[in-house]
Design a protein around this ligand. Structure first.
Ligand SMILES: [Zn+2]
Length: 505
């Protein structure tokens, strides 16, 4: 048996000005050929499950590339074509018994709105009879091209995503059963005219908790091979952005379709709860101040680098300074210039900075606006540390030259590399004890929960500015299919038309 496995992942925020070139994939740790197995064996990634299943069977493994980049703007054509060609090249040379892919599902390239659909179409063209398995992120924007050009597709059921290996193992086994003639997976999929918001997709909370429990029950109680409810990725101005479902049954198309319909109906029934209710920032800060326990976590969720944010929008920090909150740790502002200036000045020195605000966000009509602040360089570091928390445990993080700027009751971690604060190391490795803070202000949305939820005595969302905003009025959608909930009046939306039958054809 000879199998091909590959990873090519990016969550594309089409509103983000952050460049996505091949260097951004390399910065994350792009691996080729034999290095792929060495880098990913034993990790919590889908590709690691593929490796384990293939090695158990002593299959010959061809692994041309494993590439991922931090979420950001559209993938440059050259980067997309380079990565895709690395995957396609071996398929031109040899015959494979199976293809196992670790994808995201919301990749948009400059020349292609549906990055994964096109990749799978090209693979299928070269290997029309080879069974193909695909894992996607929960934030996948599913398309017909994706489903029609593979044999078994599945997504994560947790957010923060802690079940990546498990999901890879589940779909990997389904494909091996097909390869070895034990089963006949058939898929049914559909999309809903529903643009759910990422901030409302945490699986510790309803409604996602219940919806994901339902996907598990479809397997354990109704006998489906696998089912997935994708929340979708709303910060993508592409026709197909939004919520979707895919169910896999063993040879029984009607059973797969019925399962898909149950999932989409259940999500539509709770659509109101998949939309974030804005809170005036002054109200949120007052409520946070009234909490008598510490630390209290504050979320600058509109500038979340983990969904393509620039991580240098200063609006919420400005408001927190103006409100006079004291003993606030802030993670993290991306500003290589400021970090370099603090390194040059040295720990303990007084400094005036034009902090953050270096990125213009044309797509949402927002210019970068730095904050002029005077304070002290409280700490400098090289930005390298090992994760000890539950997400990416044991992995070395690099935030580049990093420094802590102390000003007006705030200690602001300033980095030279984009970093979403999902682990407490971003504070503790920079001389700040997170347990001892009164407030912790994080540029994050849901992933902060991995490291910070166990400490947080209370959590408040602060509605600021940035390309990960949950304020739909700021996002100028031009390609997105309409009408769609909640952007358009509900009476204009015909659910029976768009979902699920129509969306499939
Ligand atoms: Zn995701």
């Amino acid at each position: 048996m000879r199998i091909l496995l590959a990873m090519m992942k990016h969550e594309t925020n089409t509103f983000s000005p952050v460049k996505t070139d091949l260097a951004r994939f390399e910065a994350w740790g792009l691996k080729r050929d034999g290095d792929v197995l060495e880098a990913y064996r034993g990790t919590n990634m889908p590709i690691a499950a593929y490796i384990d299943l293939a090695e158990e069977r002593e299959a010959e493994i061809v692994s041309p590339v494993a590439a991922e980049a931090m979420p950001s703007g559209v993938v440059e054509e050259e980067a997309y074509e380079t990565l895709a060609e690395w995957i396609l090249a071996p398929l031109r040379e040899e015959r494979f018994d199976g293809i196992f892919l670790d994808l995201h599902g919301a990749m948009t390239a400059a020349h292609l709105p549906d990055g994964e659909g096109e990749l799978l179409r090209r693979i299928r063209e070269l290997a029309p009879d080879t069974p193909i398995a695909v894992t996607c992120d929960m934030h996948c924007n599913l398309t017909k091209a994706m489903v029609e050009n593979c044999d078994a597709l599945i997504g994560y059921k947790t957010y923060p995503h802690v079940d990546m290996y498990e999901v890879g193992a589940q779909i990997g086994r389904i494909l091996w059963d097909k390869i070895e003639g034990r089963s006949d997976p058939v898929m049914a999929w559909g999309a809903s005219p529903l643009l759910a918001q990422t901030l409302r997709m945490g699986t510790a909370d309803e409604p996602m908790k219940g919806l994901q429990a339902m996907t598990e029950a479809e397997v354990s109680e109704r006998g489906l091979l696998a089912t997935t409810l994708f929340g979708g990725f709303p910060l993508a101005d592409v026709h197909h952005a939004g919520l979707s479902a895919v169910s896999i049954a063993d040879g029984d198309q009607a059973a797969a379709e019925a399962s898909r319909d149950r999932l989409l109906q259940a999500a539509w029934d709770v659509r109101e709860d998949l939309v974030y209710d804005a809170v005036p920032i002054g109200t949120a800060i007052s409520k946070a101040r009234a909490v008598n326990d510490a630390p209290v976590v504050l979320l600058d969720h509109s500038d979340n680098v983990g969904s393509g944010g620039t991580s240098d929008v200063m609006r919420v920090i400005e408001q927190v300074l103006e409100a006079g909150l004291q003993d606030v740790a802030v993670a993290a502002v991306y500003d290589p210039e400021a970090a370099a200036a603090m390194h040059a000045a040295g720990q303990g020195s007084e400094i005036t900075l034009e902090l953050g605000g270096k990125s213009d966000m044309q797509a949402i009509g927002l210019d970068g606006r730095p904050l002029s602040l005077t304070g002290k360089v409280a700490h400098v570091a090289d930005g390298r540390w090992i994760v000890r928390g539950p997400m990416y445990t044991g992995v070395e993080v690099s935030t580049g030259p990093t420094a802590v700027f102390e000003t007006g009751g705030l200690k602001i971690v300033v980095t030279s590399v984009h970093h979403e604060p999902w682990d407490t190391g971003i504070l503790s490795e920079n001389g700040i004890d997170p347990q001892a803070c009164r407030f912790i202000l994080l540029k994050s949305r849901i992933h902060y929960r991995a490291g910070f939820a166990p400490l947080a005595k209370a959590t408040f969302t602060l509605d600021g500015e940035g390309v990960t905003t949950s304020d739909n009025s700021l996002l100028r959608y031009e390609q997105l299919r309409r009408p769609i909930f909640p952007l358009d009046p509900e009476e204009e939306i015909d659910v029976s038309q768009d979902s699920p039958a129509e969306a499939r054809s």
